[in-house]
Design a protein around this ligand. Structure first.
Ligand SMILES: Cc1ncc(COP(=O)(O)O)c(C=O)c1O
Length: 390
């Protein structure tokens, strides 16, 4: 056995290479990838433009240090700020780090307002990462158990429930920010209503709180807009990104606007690897291809087709609670735990995931073809029916 810590229940398969939305294992078997490394491989595998850009950059400069100017990072910060309508960007390497930066910003902001014990409102079923602060912000006992004492300063409310936020607002003078996912990923592909997102924006404006959106999973074009909160027509004060940003190369980002901008000063925060030239070229190229190839419009159309196809295939099947999602972030909720579907699908040549025990989750690359989308439905429909004994 390899000397790996036992942190994952790994499936009995290893991949040697990929192309587009296909992965190939050590036996040469091919799989349709409907998971994209959990929303990471935006451009699928071995995308020619990403391969060329990275190869060129590797031969020139992989890493210098954030103690010097990094031109690729400056360009990427301009690009992200423009796409999001935000002011500043801090680069790191992962989603949890991006959220750590957001939580630190909220605390700095609170102390600036004279609040000694600043608190952040977070949601039930949220997932923000596995560092101590982000697992404390996460709404899952499974993620937290055994790691107590948790980091303090989080107030939890039910997701998509405005009255609960208003109640905290009325009673807790320490609150300085709200942190939430516009679409909860790990929590089961749960969509916040657009009016709810707009109402959170209004509450934050009225109370002088920071509105902080975690777009680590739902961002980067997956729901048909660059960032899922843009469906609601609001601008957050803090936004976190990772996963799909680098198309597979690790990079995370924390963006700020308005009252959240300018809070960090030299010495407050940092990262050795964050935003190195290689990672920034990966992100710049990923963003370019998403825009140039119209992949956001594709995500909208393909998502609607897949959801429609699945609804049709599963129509009237007892045990199917709901087919939901936005763009290429899709959940099929069943009325029972369905982890075994992951194995059955893999054996049928399809890579999927089950989250929150009962929700089949699809997060395919944005370069999915129409035929591949149909194939996903054609494989998954009968598999789910069979699993439910329909
Ligand atoms: C919404 C969200 N935030 C944060 C994270 C943590 O990201 P990472 O695993 O890169 O630390 C995840 C990972 O699944 C996520 O889905």
């Amino acid at each position: 056995m390899p000397h790996l810590m036992n942190t994952y229940n790994r499936q009995p398969v290893a991949f040697t290479h990929g192309e587009g939305c296909r992965l190939f294992d050590e036996q040469g078997r091919s799989y349709l990838d409907a998971l994209a490394g959990v929303a990471v491989n935006t451009l699928g595998h071995a995308h020619p433009r990403l391969v060329a850009a990275l190869t060129e950059q590797v031969g020139r400069l992989i890493h210098a240090s954030n103690i010097y100017r990094i031109r690729e990072q400056e360009t990427l910060s301009d690009r992200l700020a423009q796409l999001a309508g935000m002011d500043e960007v801090f680069f790191c390497n992962s989603g949890c780090e991006a959220n750590e930066a957001a939580i630190k910003l909220a605390r700095l902001f609170g102390h600036g307002k004279g609040i000694d014990n600043p608190a952040v409102i977070v949601m039930e079923h949220a997932f923000h990462g596995r560092t101590l602060a982000t697992l404390s912000a996460t709404g899952s006992r499974k993620v937290q158990a055994g790691f107590e004492p948790l980091v303090s300063g989080f107030v939890r409310v039910p997701f998509d429930d405005l009255a609960a936020v208003e109640q905290v607002a009325a009673n807790n003078p320490n609150v300085v920010a709200i942190l939430f996912e516009p679409i909860q990923g790990e929590g089961g592909v749960n969509l916040a209503h657009r009016e709810y997102v707009r109402a959170l924006r209004r509450i934050c404006d009225q109370r002088n709180w920071l509105l902080m959106v975690d777009e680590v999973q739902c961002g980067i074009g997956r729901t048909g807009v660059w960032f899922a909160h843009q469906h609601s027509g609001i601008r957050p004060d803090v936004m976190t990104l990772a996963k799909g940003l680098g198309g597979g190369v690790p990079i995370g980002a924390c963006l700020t606007a308005g009252p959240a901008a300018g809070l960090f000063k030299p010495g407050n925060h940092g990262s050795t690897f964050g935003g190195n030239p290689l990672a920034c070229v990966a992100a710049l190229t990923t963003l370019d291809v998403v825009e140039h190839d119209g992949l956001m419009a594709r995500a909208t159309a393909l998502g609607a087709a897949i959801r429609g196809g699945l609804r049709e295939a599963l129509d009237g099947v007892a045990g199917v609670v709901e087919v939901r999602g936005d763009g290429l972030m899709i959940g099929i909720e069943l009325d029972r735990p369905c982890g075994d579907l992951v194995n059955r699908a893999r054996e049928a040549g399809l890579l999927i995931n089950v989250t929150a025990d009962c929700v089949v989750r699809l997060l395919p690359p944005l370069v999915l073809s129409d035929a591949e989308a149909r194939q996903m439905v054609d494989v998954l429909g009968p598999l789910i029916r069979g699993f439910l004994g329909a």
